[in-house]
Design a protein around this ligand. Structure first.
Ligand code: UD1
Length: 444
């Protein structure tokens, strides 16, 4: 298992480039199921979740091209034949977003078998709202042996009101609705940019969608969709993580190839914390420190609120701010797994239910720490960048699920970070005191 070795203390200076959004790429790849034609996607990040989804589609009979283009960021998917519309547990367990194939599979083939995702590192993550919506559209869904089996001759348009705002739930049902008979009206939808990205691809494929990006989406179902070529939006969470990397190290960092519009809540909070943030253009943001960091509270919310996927990274920053910051997590239970590790590095954080109270500034000292999920890993990388000494981050496979070549990108702007390969090459004995390898939980 790879580890990161990070020596803290260097301010990050220069320009760092953002990759395509993993959370847009995943539903867009699933959308290829909806047509017999080819779908070409550009700006696909090179991260492990994308490889998992590629495996998933291939296991169902789809053809997925090798990566193409100068940046190796283009793939073409052909779902002409879907001989085996099954999402197997072996794949679903490592990536919960695999449930995104449920809607498109039923809509296209009339049947789907998808393994139940089960629990995960950041709390119970049910898919009951996906199921409820599909049933309302006429699907019959049964559960057996850990799998959901869904059938429908042809889905019917319906009036769907989400009990709770769900990102992948909105995406899954949107993909079902575009091939359903008649109109589907979806209310209380997620307004995340990733939903808008998916809707733009579906529209390019011939779907009739109004209101994507608002809480009410109206879809006129079609009998078939065509292929399309589409460029995925930049990853707003990767961009936000880099902004915090610049901020926490007291650097002067330009984050390029991002979408500044999608970063509103994060930028506003960094400004409140005393940073200078300049929007240099629609896709370029610069962050600089400007005196000591000030404490500022956050409360995670659905878009356009402060993203839960930035909570852990923000907490690392809060450890360096003067005063008391309250960090409230409203979207997921149990999403404070990074706290213990930050405390081991010297942070002063107390958790009470869904609120963490961070007292700063704390002098962080390097330590051996353990990554527990994707964004918790990012938080530890940020803390290590300012810690005194050399930290070792274990289980960076979590990081690799969603950040493309993060160590190379950070090194390019002055960070001292290197990847260490498996320190237990085959045949070498593991010591009793070493941590045993664990399977990757399907977290985000
Ligand atoms: C997506 C993102 C993830 C992000 C999250 C919230 C992807 C691949 N992942 O996850 O990075 O952290 O949005 O912005 O896009 N819920 C139910 N029943 C359901 C579905 C969800 O109760 O059927 C609950 C969840 O437990 C959670 C809340 O709704 O408390 C929001 O979850 P949801 O928006 O669905 O998260 P994901 O789409 O899984």
């Amino acid at each position: 298992m790879d580890r990161f070795v990070i020596r803290g203390g260097n301010p990050l200076v220069g320009t760092i480039r953002v990759s395509g959004a993993k959370n847009s790429a995943l539903p867009c790849m699933a959308a290829a199921i909806l047509t017999e034609d080819e779908v070409t996607l550009e700006n696909i990040p090179q991260v492990r979740d994308i490889e998992t989804e590629r495996k998933l589609l291939a296991s169902m009979g789809a053809e997925v091209s090798p990566r193409q283009g100068r940046a190796n960021d283009r793939i073409t998917i052909s779902c002409r034949t879907l001989s085996d519309p099954v999402a197997r547990y072996e794949i679903v367990k490592t990536m919960r977003a695999s449930s995104l194939v449920l809607g498109p599979l039923i809509a296209r083939t009339g049947m789907a078998r998808v393994a139940m995702p089960g629990g995960c590192a950041i709390g119970g993550r049910p898919i009951d709202l996906h199921i409820k919506g599909l049933e309302k559209m006429g699907a019959t869904i049964t559960q057996e042996h850990g799998y959901l089996e869904a059938r429908a001759d042809r889905l019917r348009g319906a009036h769907l009101v989400f009990d709770k705002i769900t990102v992948t739930g909105t995406e899954d049902l949107l993909m079902a609705a575009v091939l359903a008979e008649g109109e589907t009206l979806m209310e209380n939808c997620a307004r995340e940019p990733e939903v808008t990205d998916l809707a733009a691809l579906l529209t390019a494929m011939g779907a009739k969608i109004e209101g994507a990006g608002t809480s009410t989406i109206r879809v006129q179902g079609a009998t078939s969709l065509r292929g399309a070529r589409y460029r995925i939006n930049p990853d707003r969470i990767e961009a936000g993580t880099f902004l915090i990397a610049g901020a926490i190290t007291g650097g002067d960092l330009v984050v390029s190839n991002c979408n500044a519009e999608h970063l509103g809540a994060v930028i506003a909070k960094l400004q409140e914390a005393g940073l200078l943030v300049d929007i240099l253009g629609p896709d370029t943001v610069r962050v600089r420190s400007h005196g000591p960091l000030r404490a500022a509270d956050i409360s995670t919310e659905e878009y356009p609120g402060f993203p839960t996927d930035m909570q852990a990274q923000y907490m690392a920053l809060a450890t360096q701010a003067e005063g008391v910051s309250q960090v409230r997590e409203n979207i997921f239970e149990n999403r404070f797994m990074h706290v213990q590790e930050l405390v081991r590095m010297g942070a002063n954080i107390k958790v009470d239910g869904s609120t963490a109270t961070v007292r700063g500034p704390a002098r962080l000292s390097a330590a051996a720490v353990m990554c527990s999920d994707l964004r918790a890993s990012a938080s530890l990388v940020l803390a290590a960048l300012v810690a005194d000494g050399e930290s070792i981050l274990d289980r960076v496979y979590h990081m690799d699920r969603g950040y493309e070549r993060i160590e190379e990108k950070l090194r390019g702007v002055g960070a001292q970070i290197r990847r260490m390969g498996d320190i237990f090459p085959q045949g070498k004995m593991r010591r009793a005191t070493d941590n045993p390898p664990v399977p990757s939980p399907a977290d985000i």
